[in-house]
Design a protein. Structure first.
Ligand code: CAA
Length: 697
């Protein structure tokens, strides 16, 4: 017997207890152990039932994802599930914690399922670019009907035990030790003369409008293949006998396993977990965090305060005047009311947060007890320095002093205080209580335990925290500035902003760069261009047509006009003819003859610009690992998850081809398209970004 499965006899019942921490993933040893355990139970005198149960925090979290992409090893999971189901003994699964993917499929192979009240089940394979591959698409619809099965499989969501009971996925809910309640249930079934109940022998699923369901899943997936494929697999459960349906499912699973999307999504899964795991912080203890201060109650400050309150921290928010303080309080209360509406907190909790946990004040002295303070005031170095001077004067020793600046020099801010070791950048993304990304900007003098405290705060707030070094724009905004410039150049040369936005949303981005600019406010880019005008290199190409629009007072969505025209009450906007006119005028002035761009070329140039700048950041040490960049783009910039991030995308294309394209673009504009030295080195050495991730692990 495998040491991953404990075998015990309790009277007529054999218990197979899975022991594969942390989450009982179905590694080869677990699969083999379950298979052997079934055979032993069947061979032993007097055994009438088998109870499958998990030890530790979960029943089974699914297939062992670390085995994906490697040659499959027997016993295969579908065979194991079929083998469990075909047993002449009565098989019961007792589920606690999560039963996901292959974990739920093992349970569906059992004849009866009992679960803890707080247990969660689901088939999240679509989040890994796959479909359930061990009978999930064939057995689940036989229990729930096609529509519910499609909803559960294509969303990949976790279903709580009470809903799972209602849907027929489990048979009973009972609180207690999973093995104890499982044994009692199995005994009760034996005593009542219950018979085996293989789902495969239940009637096939009733048909629905499969094409409509397929189209809906395809649209929702925004280019992701697996949810739409899952619909076809469920269709097989209605149209094919069980055994044939299993083969159909298996073929689709195997085909998806070969896709770039599967690789991209699994890279995203592991990177999301690795990103805040910094070797430099091993053994470093973060400082205690109970109460934090926030300076500035605008959209950003109020968002940060909201996120902190929701995570259980007390907050002191500072505004300059009484009126602004009142408005900040209302803004935070509004955000929290949203959380009540979405069922995240109760009305009582809302009252407690807005009256007891939140204090809004106009006095810096109110910050004397806070453990960490985040400044979210106007982006101006002099203003920031004044704020930090006041914080330096009132905050207790050991208080972490953080700036939410999105591009200013954190070293300069730190040097203006008497405690640079306590100063750090914490760059949130707006709205801060919604967006998952947090860039933790480490300045030259920042103490390791201050960095660890930044990561601890990120964890409390449920953020994906990424370490960044100091430079203009840190990781995200510096890369954004570069790929935005590539898009601007394409506009000057003949691609319309609307073709570019469409090509990039077709590629999978949540929004195109020009729609994003309208949302963020065109005045932001305008101010940046003015700020940088003096230091421009003579070869730098900067379009000015959009400045003409800003001069007319049009700043995007907030003024109703930008690249697009927005009508009140309507979602999205329509192309603004004034933009086309201004672009044509600029092309004429510069003597540019516009040319056609294919969507493929648009995507390629945009992506190459992104990867090249990212490789420069890595070479400079601003970002430590390629996966850090991937997570910034995924969680802060709407990058399609199924590509895994820009560095994973580049690896999947082959770095040689990416470098070749950059070098060919450089023949038109050598200043903008300077290949990153790191990219050249990697190509010369035949390595890729993933190799760098592995070396840093
Ligand atoms: N395989 C291998 N390792 C896994 C794993 C899996 N299925 N699920 C989780 N882990 C690992 C994580 O990588 C993490 O490892 P480190 O501590 O080394 O970083 C550890 O287990 C704990 O995971 P989390 O940090 O995510 O812990 P959590 O409590 O926040 O979440 C969880 C636990 C809900 C199980 C979450 O990890 C999760 O969603 N896991 C993936 C579940 C999944 O997708 N299952 C389907 C697999 S595909 C399948 O089963 C297809 C098939 O039919 C063949």
């Amino acid at each position: 017997m495998s040491d991953k499965i404990a075998y015990e006899r309790h009277g007529d019942i054999a218990v197979l207890r899975i022991q594969n921490p942390p989450v009982n993933a179905l590694s080869q040893a677990v699969r083999a152990g379950l298979q052997d355990g079934m055979s032993r139970a069947e061979a032993e005198e007097g055994v009438r039932a088998v109870l499958i149960v998990g030890e530790g925090r979960a029943f089974i979290a699914g297939a062992d994802i670390t085995e994906f992409g490697k040659p499959p090893q027997e016993p295969y999971l579908p065979d194991l599930c079929n083998r469990i189901e075909a047993s002449p003994l009565l098989v019961v699964a007792s589920m606690h914690g999560v039963s996901l993917g292959g974990g739920l499929e093992v349970a569906l192979g059992a004849h009866y399922r009992i679960a803890q009240p707080n247990a969660r089940v689901g088939l999240p394979e679509v989040h890994l670019g796959l479909i359930p591959g061990a009978g999930g698409t064939q057995r689940l619809p036989r229990l729930t009907g096609a529509e519910a099965a499609i909803e559960v499989i294509t969303s990949g969501r976790h279903v709580m035990a009470p809903e799972a009971l209602e849907l027929g996925i489990i048979d009973r809910i009972e609180e207690g030790d999973p093995q104890t309640v499982g044994l009692a249930y199995a005994q009760e079934l034996l005593d009542s003369g219950a018979t085996r109940r293989p789902i495969s022998e239940m009637p096939g699923t009733a048909p629905i409008d499969w094409d409509a369901a397929y189209e809906a899943a395809f649209r929702k997936g925004r280019g992701q293949i697996s949810p739409a494929q899952a619909v076809r697999a469920v269709q097989a459960s209605a149209e094919e006998p069980f055994k044939v349906g299993m083969k159909t499912e298996r073929q689709m699973f195997v085909d998806l396993m070969e896709t770039d999307q599967r690789q991209g999504m699994i890279h995203a899964f592991f990177s999301e977990r690795a990103v805040s795991n910094l070797p430099e912080l091993k053994g470093v203890t973060p400082r205690d965090l109970h109460e934090i201060g926030v300076i500035g109650g605008g959209t950003m400050g109020a968002g940060i305060a909201t996120a902190a309150l929701l995570s259980g921290l007390k907050v002191v928010l500072i505004e300059m005047k009484d009126e602004a303080a009142k408005a900040a309080h209302e803004r935070i209360a509004g955000n929290l009311q949203g959380a009540v509406k979405r069922g995240k907190i109760s009305q009582d909790k809302y009252e407690a947060l807005t009256t007891e946990a939140l204090k809004v004040s106009t006095e810096y002295a109110s910050l004397s007890d806070v453990d960490l303070v985040i400044e979210a005031v106007f982006e101006d170095m002099d203003v920031k320095k004044q704020v930090f001077a006041q914080l330096d004067a009132v905050c207790k020793p050991g208080c972490v002093l953080a700036s939410n600046t999105s591009y200013l020099d954190v070293n300069e801010i730190a040097a203006s205080t008497s405690r640079p070791g306590d100063v750090i950048g914490l760059h949130f993304f707006s709205p801060a209580h919604v967006m998952k990304l947090l860039e933790i900007v480490v300045a030259d003098a920042t103490a390791p335990e201050v960095v660890a405290t930044g990561f601890a705060l990120g964890k409390m707030l449920g953020k994906v925290s990424v370490r960044a070094g100091v430079c203009d724009g840190f990781i995200g905004n510096r890369i954004l500035a570069t790929y935005r410039t590539a898009a601007d150049h394409m506009v000057l040369d003949g691609a319309s902003p609307y073709q570019i936005d469409k090509a990039l949303t077709d590629f999978g981005f949540a929004m195109g760069p020009f729609a994003v600019a309208d949302l963020a406010g065109l005045d932001i880019g305008w101010a940046t261009r003015k700020r940088k005008a003096a230091d421009r290199h003579p070869d730098e190409r900067v379009p000015t047509y959009i400045d003409r629009l800003c001069e007319q007072g049009h700043f995007g969505q907030k003024t109703g006009q930008g690249y697009y025209i927005y009508e009140k009450g309507k979602r999205g906007g329509v192309p603004n003819p004034e933009i086309t006119r201004l672009i044509e005028a600029e092309q004429k002035e510069r003597g540019i003859t516009p040319r056609d761009f294919t969507d493929r070329e648009i995507v390629r140039r945009y992506m190459c610009a992104m990867v090249n700048e990212a490789a420069k950041l890595l070479g400079e040490g601003i970002a430590r690992r390629p996966l850090d960049i991937d997570m910034v783009l995924l969680f802060g910039y709407g990058f399609p998850r199924y590509w895994g991030g820009p560095m994973k995308w580049a690896d999947l294309q082959g770095l040689e081809s990416v470098l070749r394209d950059i070098e060919s673009y450089a023949t038109e504009d050598a200043w903008f398209w300077q290949p990153a030295p790191l990219l050249k080195t990697l190509v010369a050495e035949g390595r890729n970004f993933d190799d760098l991730n592995k070396e840093a692990a």
